[in-house]
Structures are given as C-alpha cells and as structure tokens.
Design a protein around this ligand. Structure first.
Ligand code: FMN
Length: 274
C-alpha cells in the first residue's frame, strides 16, 4: 500500500460508505491493488476514453458493429436519451474536456485518489462500516495478516486479472502461503484468470474458500446477454462436477491440498514403485 495519507481526501472518500449503507449493501470491498490507473494501451489504440465520448475512431468502430449500435447503444438512447454512462460516478466537466488517451490526468486523479490508501485508512473504514469488509488485491502473506489485524473479514487474493501490474505474481502461486499465514482468521476469495471448472477446484485446493469470476461470465454476456452469463455458469458448473468425479470427491469441502501438485512438488522420475 502507498504509505502517504491525506486526511482531507480520506474524509471525502469515507463519505461514500454512507451511500452503500443507505442502499442496503451488506458487504464492502476495498480494492487496494490499483493506486493509479492502469496503462490500457489497447484503449489508447482503439480511441476509447474515460469518461466515454464519441470520437472519429469510436464512431467508425460503432458503425462497423450495427448490432451493438442498434441493440445496445440505440436501446439506451431510446430509453434514456443518452449513451450508456457510469451513473454512480460524477466526472467534473473540466476533467471531461481534457481527456486524451484512455483517461485524462484530471479524471485519473479524480477517480484515483488512492494516495490516501493506508492501513490506517482501512481501520477507519472498519470503524465506519458495520457489515462485512473485504480487502481486494492482496498477494503477500504479510499484507493478508495486516488486513486481518485491521479488522477485515476477508480478502480477495487477486492480481486484478493481470491488468494492473502485468508482472505480478499469480493469486494461485500466492494462495498457499497466504492461507498458512492467516489460518482461519479470514475468508479467502481468489480470482484472476478462472476460465474452467478445474481452475475453480485448483483455487479451492490451494486454500481459497470462494472463487470469483469476472470475464468468463462477461464473455457470456457479450455473446448472448443474461442468457449467455447463465450458460457460462452452467458450463463452469458441469466442468466442476466432472473434475470432482475424476478426482473422486463428492463435495466441495473435501477438496484439499492433497488434490493439487505445484511444479516443485512433482514426483521425481525414478522414485516410483514400478
Ligand atoms: C469490465 C471489468 C471491470 C472491472 N472493474 C473492477 C473494479 O472496478 N474494481 C475492482 O477491484 N476490480 C475490477 N475488475 C476486476 C475484477 O473484479 C476481477 O478481479 C477480475 O476480473 C478477475 O479476473 P477474470 O476476469 O480473469 O475472472 C474488473 C474486471 C472487469 C472485466
């Protein structure tokens, strides 16, 4: 975490938890792994900016995708008289005006005041938030222990799908040491790169309690909307049950460390009984 603390900004950020409380949310996830906006080269290349606006490039791209133009953008426009937007993020006008590249300097600092993100800040969030508190983006056992010391109920062992630090350790490599360090103090959720049911079982075997999925269902949405997300989950479920049958286990709690071999644990040839 970034050690600097800015009290004024912390105060303004802490106000947001009240909106979540008022809306009835029962869990709060504080993402700690992206103190600055990631470098989205693909979006610089394709002309996508945040906040979204129509550029020559995006206009041409939209015209080349008439189904999206009519079915998605057009549907929003007819219903709301504007293009899809992040309804819960207000971007100041001056930040919109100077947007170049994926995200303008002003909207970037507006969206990422994460120089305020310290363990002290997390403790203050803990004091202010009466429900479940999760810390997302933990990859080191010491950080996991500190999150528990700050009063977190759980952590996401996640590298943000590799799109924040493209050389970060994978959650799957980090999981065993993190589980060993925190024992049962925290619920551990793992994500990043889960594409198959066997990936889910690998995460559980390495020490996670829960596996989270991002793009696997998002691809389903892209292909067929809500039905596509349902189908993606069905595929994952059938892969999970099939792999469990292959492993010879009948329920999820039975998945354990003995069901997975890490590269350095592979049996050395010549040591077998044959
Ligand atoms: C479209 C999209 C938006 C995301 N936005 C956020 C976000 O605002 N905060 C966050 O912590 N993670 C965000 N993530 C990352 C996911 O929470 C999750 O860590 C990641 O997608 C898991 O990897 P996977 O997509 O390979 O399953 C986003 C992911 C996607 C695909």
């Amino acid at each position: 975490m970034v050690p600097a603390l800015c009290l004024a900004r912390c105060r303004s950020r802490l106000r947001h938890h009240q909106r979540a409380l008022d809306a009835g949310f029962e869990g709060l996830v504080v993402t700690v792994d992206s103190p600055v906006y990631n470098n989205r080269e693909i979006d610089v290349r394709n002309g996508l900016v945040f906040p979204p606006r129509v550029t020559l490039k995006t206009a041409i791209d939209s015209l080349k995708h008439p189904r999206w133009l009519v079915g998605t953008a057009g549907r929003y426009y007819l219903a709301e008289g504007k293009l899809p937007a992040f309804s819960n993020i207000h971007v100041p006008e001056e930040a919109k005006a100077e947007a170049t590249g994926y995200v303008s300097a002003k909207s970037s600092s507006f969206l990422n005041r994460n120089e305020t993100l310290t363990w002290d800040f997390l403790k203050r969030v803990r004091d202010a938030w009466p429900h479940k508190l999760l810390v997302k983006g933990v990859l080191h056992p010491d950080d996991a222990v500190t999150a528990a010391d700050c009063g977190a109920d759980g952590i996401f062992v996640s590298n943000h799908a590799g799109n924040v630090n493209d050389t970060a350790v994978t959650p799957w490599d980090a999981l065993p040491a993190i589980r060993q360090a925190v024992g049962d103090r925290l619920t551990i959720i793992a994500d990043s790169g889960v594409r198959r049911g066997s990936d889910v079982l690998k995460g559980l075997a390495l020490g996670a309690d829960v596996i989270a999925i991002g793009r696997a269902t998002l691809y389903g949405v892209g292909a067929a909307g809500e039905a596509g997300a349902t189908r993606a989950l069905e595929i994952l479920e059938s892969e999970i049950t099939r792999t469990m049958a292959v492993l010879g286990v009948t329920d999820i709690p039975s998945i354990g460390r003995e069901h997975i071999l890490l590269p350095n644990e592979l049996p050395v040839s010549g040591t077998g009984t044959g």
